[in-house]
Ligand binder design. Structure first.
Ligand SMILES: Cc1ncc(COP(=O)(O)O)c(C=O)c1O
Length: 398
């Protein structure tokens, strides 16, 4: 989280056996509860990153702990080729609360995005005369497998790990004209995040989203929403698409779906589900432990109306950040629900993040001049105020 502020030479001795992919601070995290995380020296951190928007109900929520411990006593892994009771319940639940009809469970966002792309290519092969191209947006983030790095529009990735997987065409978010011009007889789908999260929290406009839906209908191609970050209550609705007047043909979920337990899914409308036996699968998919996590998290989301709570808390966070702007220069406060970002009046985001960390607050800077806030959806007003106090101190000090 303080990537730019520390160098590989400063890697803590404790992590010397880990392959270097990121520079981590030296503190070792040992436990968490709700909005807080503790290190081995019992220092407490107010967590507004939550494992990159993963712990949707906060650290170690009792409903999730109970569900996975009791499931662990029953059955941890049956077989991906056998039904289990938790998998049936999770699939029924997700399809009953969304506009989609069928679901496939995997383990990570990148994996289910790959599945969504495979399904769209299958649709293209069978229903669209072999069309295979997928239009995605510049600055988008869809994961780190080779195909998802090719699908993503992240700056610098176009030259990394070449050759790229072909078949992705990039357009600007919110440019409907460019989208229309990019559709050819090779196109089978348009894929986007309702809010570009990793890019720095940039929402699709309602006009763009409804325009894309119309364009897809007109051309007979599919609309895929990557809701890995926006799904499961994050934007103040159970799914991000509910903020718009559209329904996707395929939707992917991950991150908050297991409340911290690694699990992901892609869902599709019946008419798109064209896989034949053996074309999609995975060793760990839909195993009972992960499915118990999904059931616990989703039931809690729905029964306690957590998305609505996230909507209210998010509005209050944005109001308070705006107020802080007068003194600190924070600007362009944006986002939906508890996927919120603000721009700094300078490019010292990494220093702000490092200062906050040293003072017991976890926030992240997706860009040098942007701070992102993705707390637990159960965050309290008092915790938001505590975060703002440390932020204010950080902004004054950096
Ligand atoms: C929108 C989006 N899609 C896909 C991914 C990749 O998910 P995972 O890291 O679980 O593969 C992410 C992760 O940040 C994401 O934000």
């Amino acid at each position: 989280m303080t990537e730019q502020a520390r160098t590989p030479e400063m890697l803590p001795q404790a992590g010397h056996s880990l392959m270097y992919v990121v520079t981590r601070p030296e503190q070792i995290m040992v436990r968490g509860k709700g909005s807080y995380l503790w290190d081995a020296n019992d220092n407490r951190y107010l967590d507004f990153i939550q494992g990159w928007a993963v712990n949707s109900l906060g650290h170690c929520p009792p409903v999730l702990v109970k569900a996975i411990t009791s499931q662990a006593r029953q059955l941890i892994n049956g077989s991906p080729a056998l039904l289990n009771d938790q998998m049936i319940a999770a699939a029924n639940l997700l399809t009953s609360v969304s506009c989609l009809d069928k679901v496939w469970f995997g383990n990570s966002g990148a994996e289910v995005n790959e599945g969504a792309v495979k399904l769209a290519r299958k649709y293209g092969a069978e229903r669209l005369n072999g069309a295979y191209e997928i239009i995605t947006t510049r600055n988008s983030f869809h994961g780190r497998t080779l195909a998802m790095m090719s699908a993503s529009g992240k700056a610098g990735w176009d030259k990394l790990f070449e050759p790229k997987v072909p078949g992705f065409v990039h357009i600007d978010l919110n440019d409907l004209e460019e989208a229309r011009a990019a559709v050819t007889d090779r196109t089978c789908a348009i894929m986007l995040e309702p809010i570009q999260g990793e890019a720095g929290v940039f929402p699709a406009t309602p006009e763009f989203m409804t325009g894309l839906r119309r364009l897809c209908d007109e051309k007979g191609i599919l609309l895929i929403l990557d809701e890995i970050q926006t799904g499961v209550g994050r934007t103040g609705k159970l799914f991000g698409y509910e903020n718009y007047d559209v329904e996707p043909d395929i939707m992917t979920l991950g991150k908050g779906l297991g409340g911290g337990f690694p699990v992901a899914a892609f869902l599709a409308k019946d008419e798109v589900c064209l896989f034949e036996a053996g074309e999609q699968g995975g060793t760990f998919g839909a195993q009972p432990l992960a499915m118990a996590a999904v059931n616990a998290v989703m039931n809690q989301m729905i029964n306690k109306n957590i998305p609505e709570r996230a909507r209210k808390r998010g509005n209050s966070l944005k109001r308070k950040l705006k107020k802080l702007g007068k003194e600190t220069g924070l600007m362009n406060i944006r986002g939906m629900g508890l996927l919120v970002a603000a721009d700094l009046p300078h490019d010292k985001g990494a220093d702000v993040v490092a200062y906050a960390f040293d003072h017991g607050l976890l926030i992240n800077a997706p860009r040098p001049n942007t701070i992102r806030f993705v707390p637990a959806l159960t965050v309290s007003n008092a915790e938001i105020d505590e975060m703002l106090e440390i932020m204010l101190d950080a902004l004054r000090s950096v």
